[in-house]
Ligand binder design. Structure first.
Ligand code: ATP
Length: 353
């Protein structure tokens, strides 16, 4: 069955979270101390939506994605949090049980990865074994998860190649080095979708690709979403790509989610000075160079963070309260627009004045 048929019994599915991250914190042990990569994150991914995670390098986006599929390196520690995943019955489309991904044992985790949730990383060449043909890589993944083999597998893979705009016959028999970077990235996206996951996490899927190839991948992703109807977490520091693909956007800064809203609000009416700064830093074909401004300073040292709001040393609106008390993520006048800033009511006005 294709994913277009998933969830038929669930009405208002757009409002049901498929993934609820609660109070999640993650640190890495480093020589100098503990790097607080993710701090007390609360975030939902709703059924069928594309959620973009944006923020500068080092803000914790990849770490969050890795923990969702429980692939953190061994020096990581997760002192607190829950990742609640809503299962959907693939045959009926009805709601199944909710599981905490953090409590899954080895066997259940193996079922969860790929079948429920798959992650596609950047640097597609490293993801392949150079001596295996694409067909063998698909067979390995299928075998490891008890998925169909032989002719059936080949048919499913070729169907996916067609969807990601690859020539099925050529790619099925190819070695990774015979494919361009953009083709390899599309093969990985197809592989990610092989076991019909409900949630696909894409970590900077177009980084390191030229602009035309990037365009191509974005078009493929948009097509796939309309055809297969899975949920997506799209990790990117490229705001224009996030704007194009996402239904909702979460801005991360120093390990925390500092703003979440629908994509229109994020780009037209952002309330966090950091989100505003990110947006003002994006050049467009029509912006005059005098209107582009970068955010002064750099992100904090995650081993030794400042007190209060972690953005305060770079924030033009910071006052004494910001320097001492860290704000929580709270609803604005729109309950779907959450911001962690003491100044959110005036931020937009002050920043654009
Ligand atoms: N294995 C690791 N050991 C120690 N520190 C790490 C490790 N992986 C990531 N970090 C640190 O954790 C913080 C968050 O990194 P992460 O890669 O999650 O951020 P990001 O927002 O995805 O950045 P990027 O866009 O550069 O990938 C950074 O300070 C990073 O240096």
């Amino acid at each position: 069955m294709t994913q277009a048929a998933i969830y038929p019994e669930v009405s208002h599915r757009a409002e049901i979270p498929i993934l609820s991250i609660r109070n999640l914190s993650i640190s890495y042990q480093a020589k100098r101390g503990w790097v607080q990569a993710v701090r007390n994150v609360n975030l939902d991914v709703r059924m069928g939506e594309a959620l973009a995670l944006i923020g500068e390098s080092g803000s914790g986006k990849t770490t969050l994605g890795l923990e969702i599929v429980r692939l953190l390196p061994s020096n990581a520690r997760v002192p607190q949090g829950e990742i609640l995943y809503q299962k959907i019955k693939k045959n009926s489309g009805g709601l199944g049980p909710t599981v905490d991904v953090m409590n899954l044992g080895t066997q259940a985790l193996r079922q969860f990865r790929w079948k429920e949730c798959a992650m596609v990383f950047q640097a597609a060449l490293n993801a392949f074994n150079p001596v295996l043909r694409v067909s063998d890589q698909f067979a390995d993944t299928a075998r490891a998860h008890g998925y169909k083999q032989g002719r059936e597998l080949e048919e499913r893979a070729k169907e996916l190649f067609h969807l990601v705009r690859l020539e099925p016959e050529r790619v099925w028999k190819a070695y990774p080095h015979e494919l361009s970077g953009g083709m390899r990235q599309r093969v990985l996206i197809a592989l990610g979708l092989l076991l019909e996951p409900q949630l696909l996490i894409l970590d900077e899927p177009t980084t390191a690709l030229d602009i035309l190839t990037q365009r191509n991948i974005m078009d493929v992703l948009k097509d796939l979403r309309t055809q297969l109807n899975f949920s997506m977490i799209f990790i990117s520091h490229d705001l224009s790509l996030a704007a194009e693909l996402a239904d909702r956007v979460a801005t991360m800064y120093a390990g925390r989610v500092v703003e979440v809203s629908d994509v229109y609000t994020t780009f037209k009416h952002p309330h966090h000075p950091y989100t505003i700064g990110l947006i003002k830093a994006v050049p467009t074909l029509t912006t005059h160079k005098d209107n582009i401004s970068s955010i002064p300073g750099s992100p904090p040292d995650l081993i030794n963070m400042p007190a209060g709001c972690k953005f305060h040393p770079r924030c033009p609106l910071a006052d004494d309260r910001c320097r001492h008390e860290e704000p929580n993520l709270e609803p604005t006048t729109n309950p779907d627009h959450l911001v962690a800033c003491w100044k959110w009511k005036t931020a937009r006005l002050d920043m654009t004045a």
